[in-house]
Structures are given as structure tokens and as C-alpha cells.
Design a protein around this ligand. Structure first.
Ligand code: SAM
Length: 255
């Protein structure tokens, strides 16, 4: 299985590709690839290219594109995960596992119970670290496109911007479960190629007022069941359940 690298589209010129920086270092120093070896380069367009290496230096690697194909691993359904800002490395975990599962977009949320310091951190150095985690997970899991990672936004703005069906994961919801909500969605619109948004709280959960505000914007509170999941577990599990429901997870890759 060839190593994969997301590269800026400008690195691909005609049938030539030039890789620099960490990608060149990884190819030359870590993987120790040489002339004639092959890697896959992706320009985040949904296409991927097999490149045969022609020169391998620590600072720059050049290759010739010998094949191109549509990336097969991208889900048609776009799951957007609105995640209450989490402490420590829990956000890293959500981004990595969510990317592997097939989440297409992450929006960190500032909610009543998120820790204020996290918002400032997330606007700075943490965002760069998170982007690197998403990129590495997308390359490892053979994604065809990089999931979007947006800067943190306030909960109310997220509720107002939601597009398509949207669900607020609420452990105090006693009537509607995610399974029922998705089934009723089937009856309405085949979201198979649309989008579904999931809102997950921080360690302290959502407030009742936030759940009410979400409902008013059509972000439906749903339960994941009787067990209370940690914040970093809930979003990944819910995304997997949605993707499985719309047959974007759990089936063989096919031809
Ligand atoms: N105190 C724990 C922690 O530190 O992670 C749990 C906090 S709270 C329950 C985490 C978030 O996970 C909630 O805001 C909700 O979005 C989601 N969640 C957890 N269990 C859930 C369930 N059974 N049904 C719906 N949402 C759930």
C-alpha cells in the first residue's frame, strides 16, 4: 500500500510533482524512499495521483505522475461534527478518530460550559496542531479529501448556520433517539449525498437552555441511549452510526 501525502495543488504542475518540507523529510529520511519508488499525492480535489520518484533529497522530492484516479474512500454523505471545546488531548482524539470514521467537517464550539482559556488556545497554536492531526489521520485512513477544520464559534451561531438535518446529542432526551431520527429522515429526504450535522457538548454537557435554543433552530435533541458517554466518545460514535445508517461505513470497499 503506497504512502499518501496531501499536497498544495500548486506543487503539482502538469505531470510533475515537487514535495517540500515535512513531506520531503518523511519520504527521504523516515521512509527512506528512492528513485523509482512510488507514493500517492492528493491535492484535496477528490483526485489522487500515483507519483514515481525521480529525485529524493531531504529538502525536496520530485516525481512524475504516472496514474490518476478518483479517491474511493470519501463518503458521499457529509457529516459535520460541532464539538464543544474539550480539555487536554481529548480534542486531538476526536479529530483523529472522526477523520478515520469519515467526518467531513469539524467545528469547535464555545458553549456555556466550555473552559474560556480553550477558546483563546484554539484560535492560536492549537488550531495548527489540530490541522496536522487531521492531515495525518486523513493520509493514514486513505481519505480522498481533508476534512474541514474551522475556527471555534459560539453555540448560538452554530445553531443558526446549520444546513441540512442537525441533531444535538442530549443525554437527558427521553423521547427521540438517534436511530428513530435517522429513520424518519429516510422517509423525508435521502441524505445519502447531503449533509448531517451533529452537536456534542463539552465535558460539562449542554445546558437545558442550550438544548431549548437548539430546538428552536431545528437542531433536534436526540439520545444515544441509556449509557452516558464521555464527550470525546459521543461525537465519534454518533458520526459512525450516521455513516453506517447511510451505508458509508460497514460495507466492503467494492471494486
Ligand atoms: N462528564 C462526562 C465527560 O466528562 O465527558 C460526560 C459529559 S456529557 C454527557 C458529554 C456530551 O456527550 C453531552 O453533552 C452529549 O452531547 C453527549 N452524550 C453523552 N452521552 C449521551 C447520550 N447517552 N445521549 C446523547 N448524548 C450523549
Amino acid at each position: 500500500m503506497l504512502h499518501r501525502f496531501f499536497v498544495p495543488a500548486s506543487w503539482i504542475q502538469g505531470d510533475q510533482v515537487t514535495l517540500e518540507g515535512p513531506a520531503a523529510h518523511q519520504i527521504s529520511r523516515v521512509l527512506r524512499l528512492g528513485r523509482g519508488d512510488r507514493v500517492v499525492v492528493l491535492d484535496d480535489s477528490g483526485w489522487e495521483y500515483v507519483a514515481e520518484l525521480r529525485s529524493v533529497q531531504p529538502a525536496q522530492v520530485a516525481g512524475i505522475l504516472v496514474e490518476r484516479c478518483r479517491s474511493a474512500a470519501e463518503p458521499r454523505l457529509h457529516v459535520r461534527l460541532y464539538q464543544g471545546l474539550l480539555k487536554g488531548e481529548k480534542m486531538d482524539w476526536v479529530l483523529q478518530k472522526g477523520t478515520e470514521v469519515g467526518v467531513s467537517g469539524f467545528v469547535p464550539l464555545v458553549t456555556e460550559r466550555t473552559v474560556p482559556r480553550l477558546e483563546a488556545d484554539a484560535a492560536g497554536h492549537r488550531l495548527a496542531r489540530w490541522r496536522a492531526i487531521v492531515r495525518e489521520a486523513a493520509e493514514q485512513s486513505r481519505r480522498g479529501k481533508l476534512p474541514l477544520l474551522e475556527a471555534p464559534i459560539p453555540f448560538a451561531d452554530a445553531c443558526a448556520q446549520k444546513a441540512g438535518p442537525a441533531y444535538l446529542l442530549w443525554e437527558e432526551e427521553e423521547v427521540v433517539g438517534l436511530r428513530q431520527a435517522l429513520t424518519s429522515l429516510d422517509a423525508g429526504s435521502p441524505a445519502g449525498s447531503g449533509s448531517v450535522s451533529l452537536f456534542v457538548g463539552p465535558e460539562g454537557g449542554f445546558t437545558r437552555e442550550e438544548a431549548v435554543l437548539a430546538s428552536r433552530h431545528g437542531v433536534q435533541p436526540v439520545s444515544l441511549g441509556r449509557r452516558v458517554l464521555r464527550a470525546e466518545t459521543a461525537g465519534v460514535i454518533a458520526a459512525a452510526l450516521v455513516l453506517y445508517h447511510f451505508q458509508e461505513l460497514g460495507d466492503p470497499p467494492g471494486p
